[in-house]
Write a protein that binds this ligand. Structure first.
Ligand code: NAD
Length: 480
């Protein structure tokens, strides 16, 4: 049994009140580790360590800060295989994407923001003959970073790296469902020479630890990624005390397939965009909108490919769909498949629980589902399912496609498939979506603004957006 510990003031410690929570492996349903069941007292201790570390970290020369963050990136790369195994075991995702995507991206996050801090600059505004204004962008102080279970180390580091790069000290909480790689990151940070207290990692549940971080009066900003309902709760707690907030929330992302698209390429990528990581990526395209003239042929080819996706042991290199992250989540996703049929949808493939042979027979697996015949207003087409479930809807005109795409409370990411460049520009401009991909999906440049509109979030991450979020701008005006 692995005992995961909190990382506070440079030390690995259990929760102050000594409680533990079980952490099961989704592929086998067996508990393989325990996490500290931390609470407000642990958050207080972490905050004190972070507060003590702040004066020195905030004035650490940029070159030194760069070197430490860069060493963390190298430390992640050195432990790539261990981290990928841990991520796959903890989350249920196949090992190969953990190796290819999750852990390399965690290393890139640190490398990217290590170099960003060397380039970050602020503005100056001249009033000719009268005055000069310059903007100081100073670190905020102690900040809180809270992340979800779907891309555990990838999203945890996407927040922590810019927070540290900008000179803040951090109290961070990974999801209680996937704590393992955050614990391993603590060791890597120690080895990289990150001074004690600069990063503190606390394990435990959202309502106890997460909420204590959000409520803490000394934690001045919160960067959160997770569900929309949790985001609303965090905003309600943080707004009256005027905390700076970045909220990356849920999605119900549309994929628009026009008849003039490269259909082979579209098919290949839309199968990935629907079902990568078991459909548990906030950017997954869960509503496939297809121009009516190609609807039947595209649907049949799509369903044929989705039916062939191999579900099973995450360690098997042939596996394309691993286990869902928790039993509760599997039950939620299965309940949406039942709801879809009740709402009048037709299940074209999948949708049932899968019991693989061998070591994974008790794990939380399901066959990817494709559903058609549902109207845009039904719950299945409106609510985030966050699993391997995609619905199909036909459209006749560009205007109808845009209206369907925009007809949900979310606005995170959209993919548009067409060979017509003018149409691509028109549609991209009309979409209510923080991110639009044309003829691609999940192609990421870390300098670009990342985040959603409407109920998908507030604020943006990535590049200067993140560096600006984690600093306080102060204008200094000097009369000439
Ligand atoms: P969640 O909201 O349940 O939990 C996210 C984190 O918040 C966890 O660490 C959890 O412990 C913590 N938390 C829970 N309640 C809290 C509270 N009251 N106060 C403070 N913290 C609290 O989300 P999840 O189930 O872990 O993740 C899935 C969701 O995340 C999906 O909705 C998905 O779309 C979203 N997501 C969004 C993005 C994005 O970039 N927009 C990326 C990945 C996932």
């Amino acid at each position: 049994m692995i005992r995961i510990l909190n990382y506070i003031g440079g030390e690995m410690v259990p929760a102050i009140d000594g409680g533990w929570l079980p952490n099961p492996e989704p592929a086998t349903a067996q508990v393989f580790s325990e996490i500290p069941d931390s609470g407000p007292a642990d958050v207080e201790k972490a905050w004190m360590a972070a507060r003590q570390a702040f004066p020195s970290w905030s004035v650490t020369p940029l070159e030194d800060r760069f070197r430490i963050l860069h060493r963390i990136s190298e430390g992640i790369e050195t432990r790539m295989e261990d981290l990928a195994m841990a991520e796959s075991r903890d989350n249920g995702k196949p090992l190969w994407p953990a190796r290819k995507v999750d852990i390399p991206r965690a290393a890139s996050n640190f490398r990217f923001f290590a170099t960003a801090l060397l380039q970050f600059a602020s503005e100056s505004h001249e009033m000719p003959g009268e005055a000069i204004n310059y903007t100081l962008r100073q670190p905020i102080g102690v900040v809180g970073c809270i992340s979800p279970w779907n891309l555990p180390l990838y999203l945890f580091t996407w927040k922590i790296a810019p927070a540290l790069a900008a000179g803040n000290t951090v109290v961070a909480k990974p999801s209680e469902i996937t704590p393992l790689t955050a614990w391993m990151l603590a060791e890597i940070c120690r080895e990289a020479g990150l001074p004690p207290g600069v990063l503190n990692i606390i394990h435990g549940t959202g309502p106890r630890v997460g909420e204590a971080i959000v409520k803490h009066p000394g934690i001045k900003a919160i960067s959160f990624t997770g569900g929309t309902a949790t985001g609303a709760r965090i905003a309600a707690v943080a707004a009256p005390v005027f905390k700076k907030l970045s909220l990356e929330l849920g999605g119900k992302n549309p994929t628009l397939v026009f008849a003039d698209a490269d259909l082979e390429e579209t098919l290949r990528t839309t199968v990935q965009s629907g079902f990568s990581n078991q459909g548990e990526i906030c950017l997954c395209g869960s509503r496939l909108l297809i121009e009516r003239s190609i609807y039947t042929s595209f649907r049949d080819a799509y369903v044929e490919r989705v039916s062939r996706l191999r579900v099973g042991d995450p360690l098997d290199t042939e596996t394309r769909v691993g286990a869902l992250a928790s039993e509760a989540h599997l039950q939620k996703v299965l309940s949406y498949v039942r709801l879809a049929t009740k709402e009048g949808g037709t299940l074209l493939c999948g949708g049932q629980q899968v019991y693989p042979e061998g070591r994974c027979r008790d794990g939380w697996f399901m066959q990817p589902a494709v559903i058609e015949g549902l109207g845009p207003a039904c719950r299945t087409n409106q609510e985030e399912i966050f699993g391997p479930v995609v619905t199909l809807q036909p459209f006749d005109t560009e205007e109808e496609a845009i209206a369907l795409a925009n007809g949900v409370r979310y606005g995170l990411a959209t993919s548009v498939w067409t060979r017509d460049l003018k149409k691509a520009h028109r549609v991209a401009a009309a979409l209510e979506s923080g991110i639009v991909w044309v003829n691609c999906w999940l192609l990421r440049d870390l300098r670009t603004p990342f985040g959603g509109m409407k109920d998908s979030g507030v604020g943006r991450e990535g590049g200067w957006e993140a560096m600006r979020f984690f600093t306080e701008p102060k204008n200094v005006c000097i009369r000439l």
